[in-house]
Design a protein around this ligand. Sequence first.
Ligand code: PMP
Length: 394
Amino acid sequence: VSSHQPINCIEKACMLRPLEAPFRYLFGPGPSNVPPRVLAAGGRPIIGHMHSEMFGIMNDIKKGIQYAFQTSNNMTLAMSGSGHTAMECALFNIVEPGESVLVAINGIWGERVAEISERMGAKVHTLVKTPGGHFTNAEIEQALAKHKPVLFFLTHGESSAGLVHPVDGVGDICHKYNCLLLVDSVASLGAAPLLMDQQNIDILYTGSQKALNAPPGTAPISFSERACHKMFNRKAKPVSYLLDMTHLSNYWGNDGKPERTYHHTGPVSGFFALRESLAILAETGLENSWKHHTEVAEYFWKGLEDLGLKLFIKDKDLRLPSVTTIAIPEGYNWKELLAYIMKHHRIEFTGGLGPSVGMLLRIGLMGYNCNKANAAMALAALEDALKQCRMSKA
Ligand code: PMP
């Protein structure tokens, strides 16, 4: 008999209760609800992460990402991790300590990229606007000429402000100054037009849990030839072993070597689900998906204005179709509004994030959740909350 006995005072009672994961309408900025077809794909029996069938699935995922990103880049893959993993992968592999980066900050995502860049020892220069602001190509060019960075970061769908940033021409300006363009499309992919190759984007990443409607935990990313040239000709290895593209490109069969060798165990179920969500996007067609998000968003925006609410982004063309932002209506406590809607309607909306906290409410209708019935449900919940939650003047 072993003398090793479990310590009885370590609490385990909660583990003897069944898992509780209630149904909620996830109409915040993500994760969004996952369609049964994608859930079912994620629930398939596990196969080995190095089995030939798994490599086939990863090859399909690569094609699905190439379609979704509109790129023919060979160096296309999915990260084992959330959107932040892709963000760190891009920065850790492209930038060497001491090199300059230029970061456009008009919400939380630029702030995050600036912080990650600083932590890894880059010289960080910023272009800053208040949440919801955007940068002209002339402003970007001026900053590139001044700071001569190796990388410029821009958020396409600024989910903390509800802004879709123009990208046309930015890649060309970056290349004129020998700088690579890194774009975050976590909140916009599939909802707003973005064409990696045509818009000369060097590194593009997204997340699985927004308009793609897969569970959180995987993140597509792609690198142009230019980006590959920079990251595979570094002086020193990147600080992260897990995110080192030399290894990841082999794991994804992108490095031309005959053998794929073990690097880490990829999230097998997450890749099954991601493959299915990319398949749905391919079946729907990108143009249809963009058009559908715009139509539903316009219906929703009109309904919000009819309720007397003010949209945070005034210019319609700069509004992110997947995540709508509303100025907090006067006479209301935003936390009370959100709590009321969650309690009485089982709907998640959220407040601001980072610099936009206390400025706005965020409502996401993405992919599977993006339809007029859901928009009408969201409007009815808001109308009810506006009736019930007005603060007394006393
Ligand atoms: N970028 C944007 C634009 C986002 O909306 C998010 C997620 N809210 C992220 C990056 C980070 O993604 P994740 O939470 O999956 O790490």
